[in-house]
Design a protein around this ligand. Structure first.
Ligand SMILES: [Zn+2]
Length: 502
């Protein structure tokens, strides 16, 4: 396929967008806005608006990552991909060119509205699309849907239990020249990493979940407020708890706020700096810390949303991994990130990953943990899922985690999910920016019945699964970041445990 076939219309738009951005920054520098510049801006904005009118949202068949990446390199505005079909914003000549090249193209929305699309990506407990929804629904792929909704409609649908992922205006693809390509195969057991794995404390993990969950029915573990996404007070307490833990480890930690639907939400980001020459390469271990339940809503933001499995469990694993890893030194920089707004279409991670991409930051890999502590007993087979998606660099990342589980003898049975992986947690925000990322999550075929309810508390979890998953995360991240062979002694911080098991 030649790029000329595909990008004619899209190229025009990209040029307009860049010119506009350039004009805007020039204007800021000069302080004054000349009549001439104003006319140019009005013309450019009007041109962009006209171009949108001729744009459609389409679903397009494709055959493999190589073909997808080649199409993206032509400037095609791909907004999602999944296995054998991608969604894109196309002008008529692009659609014709794709069809000439043998792609099956279905027009979903002939008058595209690029800011208003959401993928419906349900977890087992979610509602599904149905009649009477206040949104346009387009079938996409084998079982998925894309909906078109304004922010208020999307908010209502999310509150009805629909699992939504906000589609970006355009997905970025990996910059293979600089990032995400430096994954070493795991090889043999590393004694230093083995020691780290052995330091994982099940008691500390439970302590974190205990502190972070909010359940008024409990006589213990109730120090912090609700973690509902729209409760700045309750989430503020959780954020302060997370920040305090990193401060005790001696790590730099920052609040990174953003605004969603008029509410200030805050990502919490801690860092363990790497060493030259790889200090600018980043490995991220992350988990969202906001939550949701049937008793919480924007009208009742103080309603309890304990979220023990979803996702105090992932947060506990990230905290515990940071405690252990901060006792060692690595060649790459490690970041420990807790996202807010995950239950609101991944808003926190979307904001963070977009900024990382805009700044040209090099992220070699992202390990996202979300719901790592439930399975029904029996059977306690410790089946877990590693969602890798279609990107080869993400699949290599999944292989490091799966190999780690084998090499360090961890009690997990990992399933590697490539095609058909869910986008519906924070790793999806990194995929959308072209970064390698994976999701570690419990078995979808043995899903937590307390999901998104006030029943999601520590007593309904299986902490052993969380401990094994944490070990897998520690080993994976240690290998990815390149543990340094500098002499001991290292220190590992060990706080006192006060309240577990009351
Ligand atoms: Zn979650």
């Amino acid at each position: 396929m030649t790029s000329e076939d595909i990008v004619l219309g899209s190229d025009t738009r990209v040029t307009i967008g860049r010119a506009q951005t350039h004009q805007n920054s020039s204007v800021r520098r000069r302080l004054g806005l000349s009549v001439f510049t104003t006319c140019v801006l009005v013309f450019l904005v009007a041109s962009a608006a006209r171009a949108h009118a001729g744009m459609s949202l389409v679903a397009v068949s494709y055959d493999g990552w190589g073909q997808l990446a080649a199409l993206a390199a032509t400037g095609l505005r791909i907004v999602h991909y999944q296995g054998k079909v991608f969604a894109a914003l196309c002008e008529d000549e692009q659609i014709a060119a794709l069809r000439r090249r043998g792609h099956t193209v279905s027009v979903l929305d002939s008058e595209a509205s690029p800011d208003d699309y959401y993928l419906v990506d349900p977890f087992p407990g979610d509602a599904s699309v149905g009649p009477g929804m206040a949104a346009d629904v387009y079938p996409y792929g084998e079982d998925d849907s894309i909906i078109r909704a304004d922010p208020s409609q999307a908010g209502q649908l999310a509150r009805r239990g629909l699992g939504l992922v906000k589609l970006p205006p355009m997905i970025a693809f990996p910059d293979t020249a600089s990032c995400g390509t430096a994954l070493d195969a795991l090889g043999q057991r590393d004694p230093t990493v083995q020691a780290m794995v052995g330091l994982v404390s099940p008691a500390l993990l439970e302590e974190h979940v205990c502190k972070l969950q909010d359940s008024d029915a409990m006589t213990y573990c109730n120090e912090l407020g609700t973690r509902f996404s729209f409760s700045p007070d309750g989430l503020g307490e959780a954020a302060a708890y997370l920040r305090g833990q990193y401060q005790m480890l001696g790590l730099q930690v920052a609040y990174e706020p953003f605004i969603h639907s008029g509410t200030v939400m805050t990502n919490v980001v801690a860092e363990l700096p790497g060493s030259d020459p790889d200090r600018d390469r980043i490995v991220i271990l992350c988990a969202h810390y906001d939550s949701i339940s049937e008793l919480s809503s924007p009208q009742n933001p103080h309603g309890p949303a304990p979220g023990a499995d979803d996702n105090a469990s992932g947060c506990a694993a990230v905290l515990e991994a940071a405690r252990i890893l901060s006792g060692y030194r690595f060649s790459k920089t490690l970041r420990f990130v807790h996202f807010a707004g995950e239950e609101q279409y991944l808003r926190g991670s979307a904001d963070y990953a977009r900024q990382m991409h805009e700044r040209g930051e090099c992220i070699d890999g992202v390990v996202n943990l979300d719901m790592i502590a439930f399975e029904s007993i029996p059977p306690a087979d410790h089946t877990v899922e590693i969602h890798a998606g279609d990107m080869p660099a993400s699949q290599a990342l999944a292989d490091v985690m799966i190999d780690s589980i084998a090499v360090y003898g961890l009690l997990l049975q990992p399933q590697r999910i490539a095609s058909g992986a869910t986008w519906r947690s924070d790793h999806g925000s990194f995929w959308a920016q072209g970064y390698a990322a994976i999701l570690g999550i419990e078995d979808f075929d043995d899903f937590n019945p307390a999901y998104h309810s006030t029943g999601d508390v520590l007593s309904n979890m299986q902490p052993e699964l969380m401990a094994e998953f944490t070990k897998a995360a520690v080993a994976t991240v240690a290998h990815l970041a390149g543990v340094m062979r500098t002499p001991l002694p290292f220190r590992t911080y060990l706080p006192s445990i006060s309240r577990v098991g009351g």
